[in-house]
Write a protein that binds this ligand. Structure first.
Ligand code: PLP
Ligand code: COI
Length: 359
């Protein structure tokens, strides 16, 4: 698909851009351009364009504003030491965007258009990709919205795919310091046959109230349990979880329909299995974790995701308890996996699985 490119006539001055990318705050500043591709039921995908960054003109009756028919992705561009710009497993994000689209009755964007949209944005905004020190990257936010003006409740017949990008530093500003997690005992994110596996705005909207309570209690993320029995650990509001046992094996909640299929999760499982570590994908109950931490059987807990990379979890907290893991210090495997994954992404460790794509 050909992309029509219209350059921003008033781009951010270079000095201002350099200042922003030297010290980026997650999602606070956006680059100078965006990608738009339109879909209409009778025409398919068309009108691919790179245009100046700016507001979306939208009719107040646009379906996305009323019924939340929206999906998104999160993927990063990494600058290597030689200045080249790379991304990580884009075909996995493209495939997940398609799965999210199917669940939310939105059109599936062909994977080639997804990858090309990242290339097109980098072609005009490549200068926004920071140098790698301090784990800086350019975070792409591809998303799809129902853009039909119609108040009837049905799948929209017009949709838009867009990509915007923001230079980012670590999601958690404390660096590799362990984070505290609030256990949502009375709030669920996703239920059986619901939309938990889709990366759709509604799942995040459902998590915000618990997130607010978490913040009030000194926690930076919320851990959700299964909606039916509040017994099994699912995931955080924006990350997957891993539990490291003293005997060397690792467990992570299985993908049973309600949690996001994290690409970092999948990559970490692969890298650990490469090292001969046994990784169990199974149900993990809060009781098991509470007991395991108490007896010393569980020695590390970490969260992972594109934004958060790999972040140690130091404390799990609720209104009734506080579970402190590994003396609230980052665990050995957590730190090693973080170095290995970021090493691959920044081009300083071998990419044995061909995960990196040059943009
Ligand atoms: N779980 C949720 C709810 C998320 O929002 C994310 C972030 O994208 C993840 C897990 C981790 O997924 P990934 O590793 O693909 O970024
Ligand atoms: C990501 O990691 O890409 C996410 O979408 C999670 C969110 C916390 C920003």
């Amino acid at each position: 698909m050909e992309f029509k490119v219209t350059r921003n006539p008033n781009p951010t001055p270079a000095s201002e851009r350099e200042e922003i990318i030297a010290n980026p705050v997650f999602g606070a500043k956006l680059t100078d351009h965006q990608v738009v591709v339109v879909w209409e039921k009778d025409k398919g995908w068309h009108s691919a364009e790179v245009i100046p960054y700016g507001p979306i003109m939208m009719d107040p009756s646009a379906a996305v504003l009323h019924y939340g028919q929206e999906i998104f992705e999160g993927i990063k561009a990494y600058r290597h030491q030689d200045g080249s710009i790379w991304t990580f497993r884009p075909e996995a994000n493209a495939a997940r965007l398609q799965r999210s689209a199917r669940r939310m009755a939105l059109p599936e964007l062909p994977a080639e258009i997804f990858v090309e949209s990242l290339r097109q944005l980098i072609a005009v905004d490549g200068a926004w990709v920071p140098t790698p020190e301090g784990e800086k990257t350019l975070y792409f936010r591809p998303f799809e919205i129902a853009a039909e003006n119609f108040l009837g409740v049905r799948a929209a017949q017009r949709a838009e795919y867009r990509v915007i990008a923001s230079p980012v530093g670590p999601y958690f500003t404390g660096g590799v310091k362990p984070v505290s997690i609030w256990i949502a005992l009375d709030s669920a994110r996703a239920g059986k046959h619901g939309t938990g596996e889709a990366k759709t705005g509604g799942n995040y909207a459902a998590s915000l109230l618990a997130q607010q309570v978490g913040y009030e209690n000194g926690c930076s993320q919320v851990m959700f349990l299964d909606a039916e029995t509040s017994t099994y650990i699912e995931e955080l509001g924006g990350m997957n979880l891993f539990f490291v046992y003293r005997d060397g094996h690792v467990a992570t909640p299985s993908l049973d329909g309600t949690i996001l299929h994290g690409i970092t999760r999948d990559s970490v499982i692969t890298l650990m299995r490469d090292r001969g570590i046994e990784v169990q994908e199974r149900k993990v109950s809060l009781d098991e974790v509470r007991e395991g931490v108490k007896t010393g059987d569980i020695v590390e807990v970490f969260a992972c995701g594109t934004a958060a990379v790999i972040t140690p979890v130091g404390t799990l907290k609720s209104s009734v308890e506080e579970i402190v893991i590994g003396g609230n210090e980052p665990g050995r495997l957590t730190v090693e996996m973080r170095m290995e994954l970021t090493g691959i992404q920044y081009g300083i460790r071998p990419d044995r699985h061909n995960w990196m794509l040059k943009l």
